[in-house]
Design a protein around this ligand. Structure first.
Ligand code: SAM
Length: 527
């Protein structure tokens, strides 16, 4: 039997199925809104993903905004076929996937223009002609007020990765089989990690890279560090290339680490004059902090205006940091501290800044509009006998903008369709149920996170949440499941099938799933 030779590496080893919430359109829209753009409403937008793999990312977006339309292209025919099966199983007919090369836009030109275009994990991993074709595609297909997302490897930080890549590519240069290549590369990394007793800049740098690579799946390792193409570049070089296509910088989609988190007082002082030049500031931050990966949002030249906190009123905000300590009276001179993931911090000093942040913190996981937040803040100020003033509120808007940039606050245009109060017939996120059926450890939530749901009972409950069962039906189905498990000898640690506490336990589990944003707001969405 002769097999046709594989067309591409991505057909030989498929890239892992992933969703990238930082590419989701409600977040991209928010960045445009803050710069005064008339971006498309995410619930009706036209979205294109270039190099979409199996389309899982688009499927995740379509669950959030079923009224929008989505097109994904990828030249790996296997991935596209897998994606079509996934979309069929979930009934997501608004997502079309096409096996197509980025260099050949074909009918995409008629399908466009697109309000949002995403190219995640493509630009730095494809040859020069495909990179050019990608930017040309943005220039041809992006709507006048559209927002494009492009991720790439950034210099100088990515040099560290290039160093590790040099070793593994040399070591595996004569090996064709992907499985063997991965195995040999991992063995070499192990040898390098343990082969020297020296403790110098080189060994520490390589050891750091090895730690990172160890956490990659084999498939990601194969396509990232072992790939033939790797094209890291400076942020400003990327923008120069975009400029040749009349595209300009809107914002970074996400700061992997909060901007300036590692700046010393010397660094802060030196960069202060660059505050007015966002692009140079970003470039010098990359120099000082060694950022290695960027997720840059591009728009058509001239489309955005200056960032203006007044636009926050159009967005919904959600706190992504936790308060440190209880916080005293609002008028207390002691600031309230909010700690983000990593080392990002916000210090709320004025009574109104504190009241606004406390209003956000009081509703964990719920996105609120600015009027609602300000109303709660005014009530808290009034309760302490402080008269709110409009200037203070405007300053609080600026404060929220500053907390938003490094990711301490999440902003979206429109609400996400989940509820924290499980309805009578709850529906769980269709992709969470899809992943659960495939035995995945981490399941996808409406909040855009992969979360581990532990225990057979909790995982089975998720499957039951398809909108057809009320509480009584859920309890009955759980009792049947428990009886089956006990009968099969797999019931260790599970409650008895006739446990009288089961209805109360169900309520607790539903509340837990809802808090993790697994439960749909609209019980009609039975996808
Ligand atoms: C590193 S993967 C990233 C997949 C997905 N976007 C993600 O980030 O999870 C790169 C993807 O780009 C696709 N790709 C590479 N060159 C391409 C081209 N010339 N035309 C279309 N797709 C391409 C690959 O098949 C692969 O699915």
């Amino acid at each position: 039997m002769t097999d046709a030779p594989p067309t591409h590496d991505y057909d030989r080893v498929s890239y892992p199925t992933m969703a990238h919430p930082q590419t989701f359109v409600d977040g991209l829209a928010a960045k445009g809104v803050l710069r005064g753009m008339a971006v498309a409403d995410p619930s009706r937008a036209r979205v294109l993903e270039l190099g979409c793999g199996d389309g899982f990312n688009l499927a995740a977006m379509a669950v959030l905004h079923p009224g929008a339309t989505y097109v994904g292209i990828d030249y790996a025919a296997d991935a596209v076929a897998r994606g079509r099966a996934l979309l069929g199983e979930l009934g997501l007919g608004q997502v079309q996937l096409e096996a197509r090369d980025i260099r050949n836009l074909g009918r995409l030109v008629e399908l466009g223009p697109f309000d949002y275009i995403v190219a995640h994990g493509v630009f730095s991993w494809v040859p020069p002609d495909v990179r050019q074709a990608l930017l040309t595609a943005l220039a041809r297909l992006l709507a006048p007020q559209g927002v494009a997302f492009v991720s790439y490897l950034a210099l100088p930080g990515a040099y560290q990765r290039e160093a590790a890549r040099t070793l593994v590519r040399f070591h595996t240069r004569a090996t064709a089989d992907p499985g063997e290549k991965i195995q040999q590369a991992r063995a070499l990394l192990d040898l390098v990690a343990r082969g020297s007793t020296a403790d110098n800049v080189y060994t520490r740098m390589i050891a750091g890279e090895l730690e990172l690579i160890r956490s990659h799946t084999d498939e990601a390792f194969f396509h990232d560090e072992l790939s033939d193409v790797s094209y890291p570049l400076l942020f400003t070089e990327f923008l120069e290339q975009a400029d040749r296509h009349e595209l300009e910088f809107l914002s970074e989609a996400e700061y992997v680490m909060p901007v300036g988190q590692y700046l010393s007082p010397v660094g802060l002082e030196a960069l202060r004059p660059l505050q007015q030049n966002r692009i140079l500031l970003e470039q010098y931050l990359d120099f000082i902090e060694g950022r290695r990966f960027r997720q840059t949002l591009l728009v058509r030249r001239g489309a955005p205006g200056p960032t203006d906190a007044a636009h926050l009123a159009r967005l919904r905000l959600n706190l992504r940091a936790r308060p440190v300590g209880p916080g005293g009276p609002l008028a207390d001179p002691q600031p309230d501290t909010y700690q983000g993931a990593g080392r990002g911090q916000a210090l709320a000093r004025s009574p109104v800044d504190k009241a606004v942040m406390r209003a956000l913190a009081a509703q964990p996981g719920r996105a609120q509009g600015l009027p609602e937040i300000l109303a709660a803040a005014r009530a808290a100020l009034a309760a302490e006998g402080i008269t709110p003033d409009p200037q203070g509120e405007a300053a609080a808007g600026e404060f929220l903008c500053r907390a938003y940039l490094p990711g301490l606050i999440e902003a979206r245009l429109g609400a996400l369709p989940f509820t924290l109060d499980p309805p009578a017939r709850p529906v769980a996120h269709p992709l969470a149920r899809y992943l659960e059926r495939r035995g995945a450890a981490s399941l996808f939530t409406y909040g855009g996170r992969f979360v581990e749901v532990e225990g057979a009972l909790g995982r089975h409950l998720l499957q039951l949440l398809d909108g057809t069962r009320d509480r009584a039906a859920l309890v009955a189905a759980l009792r049947a499941f428990l009886a089956e498990q006990h009968q099969a000898g797999a019931g260790a640690g599970l409650p008895a099938a006739d446990d009288p506490d089961l209805p109360a336990q169900l309520e607790r589990s539903l509340a837990g799933l809802a808090a993790m944003t697994f439960i749909a707001a609209d019980p009609q969405s039975k996808a």
